[in-house]
Design a binder for this molecule. Structure first.
Ligand code: PGA
Length: 255
């Protein structure tokens, strides 16, 4: 990554894992490990663990994120959580448009865009996920798919706001599968995303945006992925559930 222009951020995505006692134990284990990291450290946890995570990480360098947010301020949206509800308890980040939400819960680029704007308006930092399916890569349309997602997901988001946004490039075929993108594949698409941002905004804005890679990043492959010019950290599923593994990724991103 280019450290002069932007900060690397390693964000854990716990997904639907960890009861409250389990979350407490993992966070306590993580605190001394995360302390020495110079990269940004974020843990995105299930809604039921948010308050616990905010309490336990007070005064540390670990920031807390949610895994989704609704775009309306309040109302008849059973099961949803608003941006104000998150900021009020001290949450700072939120994952939006993760492929699991797109795949299983009907998330579309339109709703990703609405959620992103609502999050930004409330002062949350969105981690917007994009990435192609295996079929799309095989059909050679990765560039089109990802460029389209970026344009739609960030529609009407100002340059000032996009600088507060993290983009996570997560090839869907690499998530939770153990199949990791090569460092070249990750760099190619992260660079493409930066080029799209430069066209939509300007170069200075594009250079300021943190673009993560996500998909089976682990202690073994992190160094090579994170050494790429346009890969500014990672969104980490499986390896964020073990403090020691997550610690290795923090060390690599801090180099
Ligand atoms: P993984 O998940 O690291 O387990 O592949 C990444 C993600 O879904 O964000």
């Amino acid at each position: 990554m280019n450290k002069e222009l932007r900060q690397a951020v390693i964000a854990g995505n716990w997904k639907m894992n960890k009861t409250r006692p389990e979350a407490k134990a993992l966070i306590e284990e993580l605190k001394p490990i995360a302390e020495k990291a110079s990269c940004g450290v974020v843990i995105c946890v299930p809604f039921t663990n948010l308050e616990t995570a905010v309490e336990l990480t007070k005064g540390t360098n670990i920031k807390v994120g949610a895994e989704n947010v609704h775009f309306e301020k309040s109302g008849a949206f059973t099961g949803e959580i608003s941006a104000d509800m998150l900021t009020e308890i001290g949450v700072e980040y939120v994952i939006i448009g993760h492929s699991e939400r797109r795949q299983y819960f009907g998330e579309t680029d339109e709703t990703v865009n609405k959620r992103t704007k609502a999050a930004l308006a409330a002062g949350l930092k969105p981690i917007v996920c994009v990435g192609e399916l295996l079929w799309e890569r095989e059909c050679n349309i990765t560039e089109e798919v990802v460029a389209r997602q970026i344009k739609l997901d960030l529609f009407d988001v100002s340059a000032e706001d996009v600088k507060k946004t993290i983009i996570a490039y997560e090839p869907v075929w690499a998530i939770g599968t153990g199949k990791v993108a090569t460092a070249e594949q990750a760099e190619e698409v992260c660079k493409l995303i930066r080029d799209v941002l430069a066209k939509l905004y300007d170069k200075e804005t594009a250079d300021a945006v943190t673009i993560q890679y996500g998909g089976s990043m682990n202690p073994k492959n992190a160094a090579e992925l994170l050494a790429q010019e346009d890969v500014d950290g990672g969104l980490i599923g499986g390896a964020s559930l073990k403090a020691a593994d997550f610690g290795v990724l923090l060390d690599e991103a801090s180099k």
